[in-house]
Write a protein that binds this ligand. Structure first.
Ligand SMILES: Cc1cc2nc3c(=O)[nH]c(=O)nc-3n(C[C@H](O)[C@H](O)[C@H](O)COP(=O)(O)OP(=O)(O)OC[C@H]3O[C@@H](n4cnc5c(N)ncnc54)[C@H](O)[C@@H]3O)c2cc1C
Ligand SMILES: *[C@@H]1O[C@H](CO)[C@@H](O)[C@H](O)[C@H]1NC(C)=O
Ligand SMILES: *[C@@H]1O[C@H](CO)[C@@H](O)[C@H](O)[C@H]1NC(C)=O
Ligand SMILES: *[C@@H]1O[C@H](CO)[C@@H](O)[C@H](O)[C@H]1NC(C)=O
Ligand SMILES: *[C@@H]1O[C@H](CO)[C@@H](O)[C@H](O)[C@H]1NC(C)=O
Ligand SMILES: *[C@@H]1O[C@H](CO)[C@@H](O)[C@H](O)[C@H]1NC(C)=O
Ligand SMILES: *[C@@H]1O[C@H](CO)[C@@H](O)[C@H](O)[C@H]1NC(C)=O
Ligand SMILES: *[C@@H]1O[C@H](CO)[C@@H](O)[C@H](O)[C@H]1NC(C)=O
Length: 504
């Protein structure tokens, strides 16, 4: 029997039988396994692997929105083309190597896009954005997975076109594997519904294109399925008429909260439904350091060359604003402005649930969440962020004609409200995080007892442990599991990519 030198545990166990070898392979530590995998990877790609201790490694390892994602990968793979990714994924599958996949690194779920003792794949060298024309003469934009949405806006702004993508500059392409709210969602649905083609690397290293006409089962599953089916190496996105448009941010002090709640409700059930070019992202914050509450709402009118909000949005001026930046601007400039207070380097936690739009419930939820925040004393840097985003029937239907998605929402007649709860701390504090999880559970339970809870949990805003895929419904989840078996029979993306929301 040949015993490899690397099976160093064998001597410790002191067995030479076959079962002893199997046991030995089991007890090889995760760190040793990771190091072995990195050796294999480095042999295959001598110039594309960043090793522990180098500047490249540290920069990549900390290139995340939340510090909860700063982990200790065994090494970091920086491919430059889809073929590199294909070869590497095959190598990982053949050798049972664990890995993580990072897009823009904006998930707040610890371990979603980084890993301890495994390989982190980043797309720092795959950030290209280019516009093409298909056979029918329609333009689309091809985006490599390392580009951030701000780069995409900046490129598309030059041609006065815009795809459906994230609203904040440094957020990444992973958004288009979850659901994805965009500036034009009231008209066109989720970001996933506006993907024309995903180029994806399967577990066996096959490169294929998933679209309405090519592997439509995989196409549908990727739209909501996150990192469960493969590594996406290119997103082709439909384009719409773009900017400049009118947009900006309206902020108010705490004494405008009731008006803000009125407007959030009016926007959800009326503005967003009646005029699909409207957009708002109603947000309210609590800043623990100063005990201050402020509302802060990006508002838009997505009509090319628009220079003022339309009359249906006039209510946003009913509040007494402390600041108002609404003007004509490019999408890239607006995406940059909104991100100004969302920099990297803090500890972030988030949670979400969905209710039927209801003005009283909006108030109950916010005031309870605020009361919880105010009960926490003497923790510097504590910030709560609460957003309330509508899901209109039109948005939920928009995906059907473009190949459908996995979200299980089509056929809902009510306007739904996606409620977002964010917690920011300078550093991790277990007591506060546990308490945050428990206030969240209480809020959700109370919405349920009032008959207002909708089962949908939006992938993009969900937190660790939330049951995203079961929330799509039994039939959708069953379909996704079948598709996973079909394209990844060995379960590589279930077993070897442990981070993020998993099907199994
Ligand atoms: C400041 C801020 C603003 C936001 N704005 C919006 C918004 O306007 N609309 C909205 O819907 N959401 C928004 N989000 C939420 C956002 O959709 C999620 O955070 C999303 O995960 C970001 O994608 P990413 O590529 O940056 O994340 P990452 O953390 O890099 O990845 C998220 C998940 O996707 C997987 N993944 C990423 N790339 C690939 C790939 N190429 N192949 C396979 N799997 C991959 C990762 O493994 C990981 O599990 C925002 C978040 C923040 C922090
Ligand atoms: C990286 O190097 C540091 C310092 O030598 C060490 O403490 C750490 O365990 C290493 N991490 C990995 C994943 O090998
Ligand atoms: C990258 O994008 C530019 C346009 O932005 C395009 O000209 C070029 O061909 C693209 N390169 C690759 C490798 O896709
Ligand atoms: C609301 O609060 C602001 C700032 O604290 C204050 O200037 C303003 O007078 C208040 N308005 C009302 C109607 O109380
Ligand atoms: C938008 O405004 C620019 C500059 O004034 C003008 O050139 C362009 O034709 C306008 N576009 C439309 C569709 O009106
Ligand atoms: C805005 O204020 C006007 C005048 O007070 C009122 O008629 C209207 O209903 C308000 N709109 C909203 C959306 O609050
Ligand atoms: C918070 O700090 C204040 C002033 O420093 C102090 O009086 C108070 O007791 C502290 N509260 C708690 C709960 O530690
Ligand atoms: C964590 O937060 C609690 C308040 O909930 C505070 O009492 C404690 O000092 C904090 N711990 C650290 C390490 O900051």
């Amino acid at each position: 029997m040949v015993v490899s030198i690397s099976s160093i545990c064998l001597t410790a166990v002191g067995l030479s039988s076959l079962s002893g070898l199997a046991a030995a392979q089991h007890i090889i530590s995760a760190a040793q396994k990771g190091a072995q995998c990195c050796n294999l990877l480095t042999k295959a790609f001598p110039s594309k692997v960043a090793q522990n201790g180098t500047t490249a490694y540290t920069t990549e390892d900390q290139n995340f929105w939340s510090t909860s994602e700063w982990l200790s990968p065994s090494c970091i793979f920086e491919p430059t083309q889809a073929k590199d990714v294909a070869k590497a994924v095959k190598l990982f599958a053949d050798n049972e190597c664990e890995f993580a996949i990072r897009g823009g690194g904006h998930s707040a779920v610890p371990g979603a896009a980084n890993i301890d003792d495994g390989i982190l794949i980043t797309f720092t060298n795959m950030k290209n954005v280019s516009i093409h024309t298909d056979k029918e003469g329609a333009q689309f934009v091809s985006v490599q997975p390392g580009a951030v949405w701000g780069d995409v806006y900046a490129y598309c702004d030059q041609y006065s076109v815009v795809p459906m993508c994230g609203r904040y500059y440094p957020v990444g392409t992973g958004l288009a594997l979850g659901a994805g709210f965009s500036f034009l969602s009231n008209e066109n649905g989720f970001a996933v519904d506006n993907v024309k083609t995903y180029e994806v690397i399967l577990a066996d290293g096959t490169i294929l294109e998933a679209s309405q006409t090519s592997h439509p089962d995989l196409f549908r599953s990727l739209k909501g399925g996150g990192n469960n089916f493969g590594v996406v190496t290119r997103y082709d996105l439909y384009l719409y008429q773009g900017g400049p448009v009118v947009g900006g941010q309206i902020q108010t002090p705490e004494n405008q909260t009731e008006k803000w709640l009125d407007l959030t409700y009016d926007y959800s059930v009326r503005q967003a439904v009646v005029d699909v070019k409207t957009h708002a992202l109603p947000a309210i914050l609590y800043l623990g350091d100063t005990d201050e509450v402020l509302t802060s709402t990006p508002v838009y009118y997505n009509a090319h060359n628009s220079s003022a909000l339309p009359p249906i949005m006039a209510g946003w001026y009913n509040m007494t604003a402390s600041s108002d930046t609404v003007r004509q601007a490019s999408y890239a400039a607006l995406a940059k402005e909104f991100n100004a207070n969302q920099g990297d380097g803090s500890f972030q936690e988030q949670r979400t649930y969905t209710i039927t739009a209801n003005r009283e419930e909006y108030a109950r939820v916010w005031y309870s969440f605020l009361e919880w925040g105010r009960s926490i004393e003497n923790v510097t840097g504590l910030t709560l962020l609460h957003c309330n985003m509508p899901l209109t029937p039109r948005m939920m239907e928009a995906g059907v004609e473009k190949g459908s998605n996995s979200l299980g929402l089509a056929g809902t007649d009510d306007v739904l409200s996606i409620l977002y709860f964010g917690l920011t701390l300078e550093t991790y504090n277990e007591t506060i995080v546990n308490s945050f999880n428990s206030i969240f559970a209480t809020l959700q339970e109370e919405s349920k007892s009032r008959g207002l809870l909708n089962p949908y949990i939006m992938w993009n805003y969900a937190g660790l442990g939330q049951e995203v895929f079961p929330s799509y419904g039994y039939s959708s989840l069953g379909f996704m599991k079948k598709v996973s078996k079909r394209y990844d029979p060995k379960g590589v993306f279930q077993r070897l990519v442990p981070g993020g929301f998993k099907l199994n």
